[in-house]
Design a protein around this ligand. Sequence first.
Ligand code: PLP
Ligand code: COI
Length: 339
Amino acid sequence: MGELDWPNLPFGYIKTDYNIRCYYRDGAWGELEVSESETVNLHMASTCLHYGQEAFEGLKAFRGKDGKIRIFRLDENAKRLQSSCDGIMMAKMPIELFTEAVRKVVKLNERFIPPYESGSSLYIRPFLIGTSAQVGVSPAKEYLFMIFVTPVGPYFKGGFKTSPVVILRQYDRAAPLGTGIYKVGGNYAASLVAGEKAHELGYAAVLYLDAKEKKYLDECGPANFFAIKNNTYITPISTSILPSITNNSLMKLAEEMGLKVERRQITTEELETFEEAGQCGTAAVISPISKVDDLDENNSFVIAKDGMPGPICTRLYQKLRAIQYGDEPDNYGWVTVLE
Ligand code: PLP
Ligand code: COI
């Protein structure tokens, strides 16, 4: 490869050397296989192509000042993939096999892990699909698990700076008793129209409301929502949002900083009381929110009055990044160091 422009990488696909594959056949997972091919050969009646049997994960590896490679909360992503598999009836990848596969694919593509100074990282995308042929709606008997990696910069343009989000009341992403709590492809298909509309209108993301009452905040298209007021970190509780591992980590860090943490329903009216707010996720890290426009209600809630990230979002961001890159101690056992 030519030298990559490490500090200015987009959040996108860059070909790396190897990917990992593992097949589930006759009720058992096979060996991990290393591949150099970017394509897969699929039966045209595979359940992933017709009935959405697809789940994925997203995690990151970081290169520290000490040159070591650190993977953030690997076990949590392994567990969440299992939960997604239960949610759409796919064969579950054992935790140990998942972690071994992630370690292996990162190690094999070591030369693509951005240098410490760049502030970029290696995005790891494990996914699992139903591959056997089925015409009636029922789960596949065979599955393929894969992981590719790609070096990435920030998900939202400009990295750590504020951006606006929008409530579009004519669209839902996930139903209260649907698949929103799982990381399955169908949820993202359901978010494409609203997401593109938001981008055309100049917003970074859609802030979805609960689909039933349209009263409470749910989450953003690719990230959870949190807000700060009165020295409290507040994040929605809902049956239709993805349990974000970043959000879970930020709640711990907020507590450690002496903030109160509340997981509860948040009404749209409460938006005007927030001192700070942000989107959080593996790709988003923390993306502070400048304002929330509720277009159909003709309401606009300005959160960052000066357009700058607030002090608590900034501290949380710095703390999280410091743990991920190994600049500060990993007090919670979140980091897997690859030797
Ligand atoms: N919510 C949605 C819908 C997401 O796609 C993601 C990204 O993974 C998140 C939240 C954040 O989750 P995590 O922090 O585990 O990456
Ligand atoms: C992530 O943060 O890992 C995501 O999956 C978000 C988005 C790229 C779908």
